[in-house]
Design a protein around this ligand. Structure first.
Ligand code: IPE
Ligand code: IPE
Ligand code: MG
Length: 238
């Protein structure tokens, strides 16, 4: 099962406690480890975390810098451990505006962990669903221009294959913390049939226990994908 999480509410968590917003981001970064650790036992084999959106550059420079510092620290502190724990790490988004040392760490970690099998952890950084579609469109257009692809052969699989998530691994469930009811440019293509869960608690308060509760609720839902799935009761009626 693939779960995407929009880790929202760090700023509000801090402000409510009279702390600077960056303290909320710090607490939020600390939550990641527990949630990754809890995932395999909860039946999650792919976890996609929205860490920084293409729109988040609009924030005050010191907040953006602080977030980049935290991201750099996360990569440094967890580099070895993620590999030892058999986590395959991938990054979604356009890395080009990120600092060279961060980009290097991202490449090294992706390469180091590429054959790991316990869980895939996608970290979305400088990620925007629309930006991802623009970049995919450019790749596909280049193939057409070079004569490697016929326009008539472009289908949904072609688009999926050129997204950052590769070959259509769509999230079964997208969770957003901190009560906002929107997707904020997360997985625009891939979320077409995702189940959605919005929780009131902010990301620094999101515990493995709460994660388990959200997953239990998800498992009680019926996913129809446009078809009509008869309920057991309906079947016995006929
Ligand atoms: C989510 O928390 C983290 C990022 C977007 C990087 P916010 O910083 O958006 O927290 P709120 O929404 O302001 O509380
Ligand atoms: C979405 O949260 C981005 C991440 C969690 C990384 P935002 O806080 O940036 O989203 P909006 O601005 O409330 O839509
Ligand atoms: Mg927010």
């Amino acid at each position: 099962m693939h779960v995407g999480i929009i880790m929202d509410g760090n700023g509000r968590w801090a402000t409510k406690r009279g702390l600077p917003r960056l303290m909320g981001h710090k607490r939020g970064a600390n939550r990641v480890k527990d949630i990754v650790k809890a995932s395999p036992d909860l039946g999650v084999d792919t976890l996609t975390l929205y860490a920084f959106s293409t729109e988040n550059w609009k924030r005050a420079a010191h907040e953006v810098e602080g977030l980049m510092k935290l991201f750099r620290g996360y990569l440094q502190n967890h580099f070895v451990e993620l590999n030892e724990k058999n986590v395959r790490v991938r990054f979604l988004g356009d890395p080009s505006p990120l600092a060279a040392d961060i980009r290097k760490q991202m490449e090294l970690l992706t390469d180091l962990t590429k054959d790991n099998t316990l869980i895939t952890l996608n970290i979305a950084i400088n990620y925007g669903g629309r930006d991802e579609l623009v970049r995919a469109t450019r790749k596909i257009a280049t193939l057409v221009k070079d004569g490697a692809l016929d326009v008539a052969d472009i289908n949904e699989d072609t688009i999926s294959a050129h997204l950052d998530t590769l070959q259509g691994d769509d999230p079964d469930l997208i969770i957003r913390t901190a009560g906002e009811l929107r997707l904020s440019n997360f997985m625009t293509w891939q979320s077409a049939y995702s189940e959605l869960a919005f929780v009131e608690k902010s990301w620094p308060e999101f515990t493995p226990k709460l994660f388990a509760e959200v997953l239990a609720d998800y498992r009680s839902r019926t996913r129809q994908f446009g078809a009509v799935i008869p309920k057991t009761a309906d079947i016995s009626d006929t």
